[in-house]
Design a protein around this ligand. Sequence first.
Ligand SMILES: [Mn+2]
Length: 324
Amino acid sequence: MSDELAQIRTVVDRETDFLCVAHKDADADSLGSALAFADHLTGLGKRAYVWVPDPLPLNLAYLPGYSAVNQFPAPPGAVAVAFDAGSPSRFGNLRPRLEAAPLTILFDHHASNEGFGDLSVVDRQAAATGVIIYRTLVAWGATISPAAATNLYAAIFTDTGGFRHDNTTGAVLRLGAELADLGADVAFVALKSYKSRPQTTLKLQAQAASAAHYEMEGRLIWTEVTQRMLGQAQALMEETEGIIDVLQSLDTMECAILFKEDGPDLTKVSVRTRGDLAAYELVSELGGGGHFRAAGAEVAAPLAAVRERVLGKARSMINREARD
Ligand SMILES: [Mn+2]
């Protein structure tokens, strides 16, 4: 067991109240990891309070334990445990709560991790934060309940794109099998992750796909979702999840970008890459971050301005790559 992990174990043994926090626009890796860790703490007789920044991720309502999320305020002295983010800004409206905690523990796997938290386990090679939580619980000799197994399986399954991204190693596949043996509901997670979309989501996806721009012989593909498009499809912004996957299914793609108009002066950017392009590099100067293959940013500027800046950089990165 690493030093850091042993120190975290000491804190877990000593303290009683824990505030487990997922990141903004929570995904199954972040919230699944938080719920699995909270399940472990509860099993030890501790009190664990799971919180996600607003808005609640309704698409994750299937995760075991979700009904208690954002329901019970943690006492001020609770130790904060944060999951799956490389910077404090990713915790949105809960950031002040994290910073006020007497002690903050972080579990993360982002390449862009800034090294925050009093104690942290950061493994940039891990396919998901769920992998780190699983290894942590195994190292501590913990019993993993079927509910925790389902949460960790959902974390790993979705962060590997359903075991399709190139972070899907033999070890990751074996870990999936181990979680299935521990009672993870594999078919249920697949159904809820990839086969449970409302009509509005499909309509929005179709609009975004037909509005896509193909540049540089299809090496760059990008599209946008505006407030007007949301109105036409009667969809919510959270239903844009999945559009970037459509873009990156293009055979010639090296860089796929989705721009989302969250408001007149708030734009979100999602990036996926293939080949030698680093996704996080594309968004780093916008204050974003992420992984080599997947990254994002949130910029306080109108969509048109952000789009021109990001596309300019993407084109030059692709050109640079072509020369190397
Ligand atoms: Mn993750």
